[in-house]
Design a protein around this ligand. Structure first.
Ligand code: C2E
Ligand code: CA
Ligand code: CA
Length: 685
């Protein structure tokens, strides 16, 4: 699925969370490293500075020894011992010569046993810095943790010890020091021997405290920074959550919106692939919304939409979703296993929605697209994964639009026929202008006969489309489209122009011309100068006005009555007869008859359809004829197909019959033959 919402949602998600998490992690690592380095540096600094003074002390002892050697002073060892510090003298080849004044020449290279520790200590020499120390790893670098442990152990020892030895006592009294056993070597006797003194490397409590405080301070700083950053990250996450919420919340209903529906629905489709539980997408509209807002207020209308959303939500089950889409429309994705059962469920939902307000009865229309039911272009059932919810919703809405002629509640299912209709609509709209320019529209004439003597009395001009792309197209396939898109006014002009031209030519040819009625659509009647437009077109052809009649459909009488009356009056003034088409076809028009000075009443073909044997239809037709007559109108019966109807209409005084019984609509050339009196036997149906 690729849609704008999904992309925008991903963008929101990506930007805030990951950047703050990354920031946090990077900073934490950097801060921890910095803290460790700082402590390390400080610890090294303390140790190094302490080390220097110890080195100087041992060097002093080494010089003392050197002087003693030079002066052959026998007392030198006693002097060194009196210094009170452990030392040893090692020959260049590693033999131990003295320990604390004792001549203990040893073959053991560099390994000494120190009485104080009671353990063997291997002494190393740091060539670069002259430091020698016991240990096993040969490095001078300090392991911080080991150092801390050592400090702690030494500290405890210091606290608990009864401080037996003199050295410890000295520490205790003077410096409150703790020791690190490091051995320092100084070359003596011209470099042939090494004086190794035990560095009383000391870190006093003050140092350890500073180090401890520094560690604590740095750690605290780190914690504060981390907490601040964590708070910022949490804030970011919360803000992002809020943003996502906002992104998915419908501003009118506070429920979910279309973006949420698309993303959630898509996830659901990807998850489920059970053949038993299929999904249906429903486009549900509250029909009376605009009226409700006009009668109450937009705010009340929106409050009602909230309640509708809540009720829909309540009626959705697990793994079903709904959202407010636009204006008064909602999208639902429901699970179903049986189409009839789904229809019952939607019907029930509509019922409960329409009864939600005690004072009103609302209407809802639903369009349903059964997801994946329609085969793809290759004829195979579309897999859920490949379903595009936008398209499905569009299909559901297209199905719903088929109900739009009425305001009643209803349910319509989408099928591929609707797509075909839509495609046809597109094609027609694309071609309409070029068809007009290329004169692809053809005028057919359907004669009107006097039922008593079968004399030709008139004709109705009916359009046909002779299209090089679509073939011969009847008006039912394109007139409703033109009526909707407004192109019908051009068609009406076109027809009038051609009929007027035909009539003029036929008159000039000396045929027995009869009035021809031309349909003028309802959409045309909003133009205030319609009567003048008609007059000018007819005059341009040079046709006498009595040869042109104007047909208005009954529904036109519902619009601006005053304007209509005015137009009819002017048409009559110009000498055009005006007829009411499709009288009785569903709109109550008795009232219009009262006001409109019409010349002709055309009884709708429906009067002559179906069962006419019970006599009731005949009564209605007979009374309608009487009514028209009393209003000085001529009566035309349309759609008459059988002889009995012709006889009946003749008896009742119907003036003309336009129907298949006499003739179907025909091309101009054929109509000319009818005018010339070439009467073929009435067509049997
Ligand atoms: P309408 O104005 O009511 O035209 C009469 C329709 O009834 C014509 O259909 C005609 O062929 C048909 N008809 C006549 N007698 C019989 C019969 O005995 N049996 C049956 N079954 N049908 C009969 P058509 O020509 O298909 O036109 C359909 C509709 O298209 C017209 O209904 C009219 O509303 C519209 N239309 C046709 N031509 C034009 C036009 O030039 N301009 C406008 N605005 N609308 C037109
Ligand atoms: Ca008509
Ligand atoms: Ca008609």
């Amino acid at each position: 699925m690729s849609n704008k919402s999904e992309k925008r949602y991903r963008k929101i998600k990506r930007t805030s969370i990951w950047s703050s998490i990354l920031e946090f992690v990077l900073f934490s690592v950097a801060a921890a490293v910095m803290l460790a380095v700082a402590i390390q540096i400080f610890a090294s600094y303390i140790i190094d500075s302490k080390m220097i003074s110890e080195y100087e002390r041992i060097e002093y002892m080494a010089r003392l020894y050197d002087n003693g050697l030079k002066n052959k002073d026998e007392n030198i060892y006693n002097l060194l011992v009196e210094e009170g510090h452990d030392y040893m003298i090692v020959s260049d080849d590693g033999k131990l010569l003295h320990i604390n004044g004792e001549n203990t020449i040893s073959d053991q290279s560099g390994t000494v046993r120190l009485s104080e520790y009671g353990e063997d200590v291997l002494v190393y020499r740091d060539k670069e810095r002259g430091f020698v120390y016991p240990g096993s790893n040969g490095r001078l670098g300090l392991d911080f943790m080991a150092f801390r442990e050592w400090i702690a152990s030494e500290d405890d020892a210091y606290d608990n010890d009864t401080a037996d030895s003199d050295i410890e006592k000295a520490y205790e009294i003077h410096t409150k020091m703790i020791q690190l056993p490091i051995w320092i070597s100084v070359d003596v006797d011209g470099g042939s021997k090494h004086f190794i003194g035990k560095a009383v490397f000391s870190v006093n409590r003050h140092d350890t405290r500073i180090l401890t405080y520094l560690t604590i301070a740095m750690a605290a700083l780190l914690v504060i920074i981390l907490i601040t950053m964590l708070a910022a990250a949490i804030k970011n996450v919360v803000r992002q959550k809020r943003m996502i919420n906002l992104f998915f919340t419908d501003i009118v209903t506070d429920g979910h919106n279309w973006s949420w529906f698309l993303i959630k629905g898509d996830k659901m489709l990807r998850k489920r692939s059970s053949a038993k539980h299929k999904f249906a997408l429903i486009s549900l509209s509250f029909v009376n919304y605009r009226n409700y807002c006009v009668c109450h207020s937009v705010a009340e209308g929106e409050a009602l939409l909230c309640r509708i959303n809540d009720l829909i939500e309540k009626n959705t089950k697990k793994n079903e979703i709904c959202a407010h889409t636009t204006s008064a429309s909602f999208a639902l994705m429901l699970r179903y296993s049986d189409k009839a059962e789904l229809e019952r469920r939607i019907k029930k939902l509509i019922e409960s929605l329409s009864l939600m307000d005690e004072d009103h009865r609302f209407n809802f229309q639903a369009g349903v697209a059964l997801i994946g039911e329609d085969a793809g272009e290759d004829g195979k059932r579309i897999h859920n994964r490949d379903v595009d919810l936008d398209t499905e919703y569009n299909n559901a809405s297209a199905a719903k639009a088929t109900l739009s002629a009425s305001d009643d509640s209803g349910i319509a299912f989408f099928d591929t026929k609707l797509i075909e209709e839509q495609q046809w609509l597109d094609k027609v709209q694309e071609k309409q202008q070029s068809a007009l320019d290329n004169e692809e529209f053809v005028v057919y004439y359907q004669p009107k006969y006097d039922p008593r003597d079968t004399k030709l009395m008139g004709a109705e001009a009916l359009i046909r489309w002779d299209s090089p792309d679509f073939g011969f197209v009847p008006p039912g396939k394109f007139i409703p489209i033109f009526e909707k898109n407004g192109f019908i006014t051009k068609i009406d002009h076109y027809m009038l122009k051609h009929v007027a031209a035909d009539q003029k030519a036929w008159l000039d040819a000396g045929y027995n011309c009869v009035p021809v009625s031309v349909n003028v659509s309802r959409a045309h009647f909003i133009e205030s100068d319609l009567a003048e437009q008609i007059r000018d077109i007819v005059d341009e052809a040079g046709t006498p006005h009595e040869y042109i009649e104007i047909e208005l459909t009954e529904s036109a009488f519902f619009d601006d009555k005053k304007a209509l009356l005015n137009t009819i009056g002017r048409l009559k003034d110009y000498g055009f007869a005006v007829s009411m088409d499709d009288f009785g076809s569903g709109y109550s028009s008795l009232n219009s008859l009262k006001d409109m000075p019409l010349d002709v009443l055309k009884l709708d073909a429906e009067f002559f359809r179906g069962d006419t044997t019970d006599g009731r239809g005949e009564i209605v037709v007979s009374e309608a004829i009487k009514l028209g007559k009393q209003l000085n109108m001529r009566i035309v019966a349309e759609g008459v197909e059988v002889k009995e109807q012709v006889d009946f209409l003749a008896k009742e005084g119907c003036d003309m019959i336009q129907g298949y019984y006499f003739a179907k609509p025909m091309a101009g050339d054929d109509f000319v033959k009818k005018m010339q009196g070439v009467i073929e036997k009435p067509e049997s149906v």
